[in-house]
Design a protein around this ligand. Structure first.
Ligand SMILES: C[S@@+](CC[C@H](N)C(=O)[O-])C[C@H]1O[C@@H](n2cnc3c(N)ncnc32)[C@H](O)[C@@H]1O
Length: 267
């Protein structure tokens, strides 16, 4: 699947506003506590997660299969970041060397269950943390509503479960599956909702969103998708729209020997 940097730029402001603030603060604390943190960002695009976390003493390694997006990330972020062109389905080749934290945004809704399990196994082996933000969770609501909204949402969600870059995608269930996979492997997992709440000021993003949703719904065979798109585009400058996402933070549980406190000496 390919994503244009124009689309990623269009959504970045909404993404930054939507990320759960307390999860983001915990991510920053986690990085501050590490002496020489290395962050590996999966499906980095042009580096939105790097910009969202902001200044830190971490070294960043951005991994994506799209060389155009990686070149743009390098241009925007300067010479200190490393970029790696890789198809992430080759899980064994993902360069996790020295990684303190693995990050991703808007990626795990594209992922399949088997890919998430393989990734989780690798993270556990190296006891690396994971911050996966902004996975679409199936919630799509417009105010005022349109009689076609529910059918279009259901068709779009079915399309999200189709074949993407990672095999059959989990779509709206991706983030929940990831959270469970990390819990099962002994990690401490926090989840938080991070919806886009778009208003008339976001009309350009809403138009692009409606166009993409109608196209996907049409591909599933919903004949009313074109008419729905036309009504929604005409109303875009008056609409409020909620797009649900989930943020997941999974940190390795402290090892029992690290928790051990020497018992007070008896006198
Ligand atoms: C929705 S975009 C999110 C980009 C970025 N994280 C952001 O939030 O702006 C998904 C990203 O995953 C990358 N991607 C999708 N499938 C991939 C794969 N199989 N291997 C590597 N990168 C992939 C795309 O090129 C794209 O940059």
């Amino acid at each position: 699947m390919s994503f244009s940097s124009e689309w990623l730029d269009l959504r970045e402001k909404a993404d930054i506003a939507a990320r759960d603030a307390s999860v983001l603060a915990e991510v920053r604390r986690f990085l501050e506590q590490a002496s020489a943190p290395v962050v590996v960002d999966l499906g980095s695009g042009t580096g939105s997660t790097l910009r969202a976390i902001g200044s830190s003493h971490a070294r960043w390694r951005l991994v994506d299969h799209d060389p155009v997006l990686l070149a743009e990330a390098a241009r925007r972020s300067g010479p200190d970041i490393e970029t790696v062109e890789l198809d992430l389905t080759r899980t064994a080749d993902i360069p996790f060397e020295s990684a303190t934290l693995v990050t991703a945004s808007a990626l795990f809704d594209l992922a399949s269950a088997s890919w998430i399990d393989a990734l989780a196994d690798r993270l556990v082996t190296s006891q690396t943390g994971l911050y996966a933000a902004l996975s679409y969770d199936g919630i799509l609501e417009w105010v005022p509503s349109d009689p076609g909204d529910d059918a279009i949402r259901d068709a779009f969600n079915a399309h999200q479960r189709g074949e993407k870059s990672f095999g059959p995608a989990l779509g709206p269930d991706g983030a929940g599956y990831l959270a469970n996979a990390m819990r099962k492997r002994g990690y401490n997992v926090t989840t938080a909702r991070s919806p886009w709440r778009l208003g008339p000021a976001d009309a350009e993003l809403q138009r692009a969103l409606v166009t993409g949703i109608a196209k996907a719904a049409g591909e599933t065979g919903v004949e009313s998708a074109d008419a729905w798109r036309a009504r929604r585009l005409a109303a875009a400058s008056q609409l409020h729209c909620t797009v649900g996402h989930l943020d997941v933070l999974a940190l390795p549980a402290p090892r029992p020997d690290a928790l051990h406190m020497p018992s007070p000496r008896r006198t």
